[in-house]
Each structure stands twice: as C-alpha cells, then as structure tokens.
Design a protein around this ligand. Structure first.
Ligand SMILES: [Mg+2]
Length: 170
C-alpha cells in the first residue's frame, strides 16, 4: 500500500477532535477541509457546532485556514461566517497552494496539521507536503457526482487501513 494514503491519525468527526491536544503537540497552523469534513456539501453555512469548534482554535492560538477544492463563492461564504482565512480551488491532492501558504507565512512543516475526509485528496495532499493529517469519516451519505470515483477508492483504502490496523486514533 502506498504510504502516502496512510493518515497520521484518525477521528470519526472533525468536531470531536481534541483541539487542546493539537495545540499541546506543537502545531500552529491547521488546514481544514469543508465538504463532508465540517458540514455536508449541501450545507452552505457553518452550524453552531462548527462555530464552537473553530472558536476553540482561536482560544488556543492556533491559526485555522479553510482549504477546499470547491469554487470561491462556496469557500468564501463559509470562511467569512467563521472569520477565518481560506484557500479555494486548492487542487488537492496537489500540495502546491498549501505549501505556498506555509512558506509565505513562515511556518515549519512540523507545525502544520491538515484535517479532511478523503484519502485520495486530503491525506495524499498532506503527505506530499510532509505535514500531519487527521482523516475523518465523511458526513453526507448522498454522493456528489464529482466525488463518486475518488470515494469508491476511498472506501477501498479505508477497509485496507482498518484491516492493517493503520488508523491510529488522535
Ligand atoms: Mg471533503
């Protein structure tokens, strides 16, 4: 199995991630996906749970940046509600935009964490950028057409990761 498909950690839901633990591990910057990670792709605005989750990052002096392959309008609306920075049309698993942000803002790779629901985009992108990544379960059962094929592969690799005991809980 390609080691770039193995997440550093796993958590069932993004909002269940222990934010204090992230801070205590020495991370300073966290890239978080939106669709199926924070909310369903069919939900335009963050709910109260997500707002509280993002507030925890601010309280722990962690910089949270929304990173999504989705269009500017979707990403901007969501990020502005949360008052956080964002990167749209990120083209994950290509790590270029993510690395550009890390270097422009003078972070070290070991200070950066990613959170996302897809092995083929979020996990692969983070591993290519040599940063840590927490894989979460996807929120929405209904499939969007553009994620249909990556999702089939995702299910296949998740089964493999579980079987080989490679999903370490964060
Ligand atoms: Mg996603």
């Amino acid at each position: 199995m390609n080691k770039n498909y193995i997440p550093t950690w796993y958590c069932d839901k993004a909002i269940h991630i222990d934010v204090l633990k992230i801070a205590n591990q020495g991370f300073k910057l966290v890239f978080c996906d939106i669709d199926n990670t924070l909310v369903s792709p069919f939900v335009k605005h963050p709910n109260e749970e997500v707002k509280k989750f993002v507030q925890l990052f601010k309280e722990n002096h962690l910089k949270l940046v929304i990173i999504s392959n989705n269009k500017e309008e979707r990403v901007q609306t969501f990020a502005q509600d949360l008052e956080v920075e964002y990167i749209y049309e990120a083209k994950k698993p290509n790590p270029k935009k993510l690395l550009q942000y890390i270097h422009e803002h003078h972070y070290q790779e070991h200070e950066v964490l990613a959170i996302g629901d897809q092995i083929m985009t979020d996990v692969l992108c983070a591993n290519r950028a040599h940063i840590s990544v927490i894989l979460v379960d996807k929120l929405e059962k209904k499939e969007q057409f553009i994620t249909f094929f990556p999702r089939r592969l995702d299910i296949f690799y998740r089964k493999k990761l579980k079987k080989k005991n490679l999903l370490r809980n964060f």
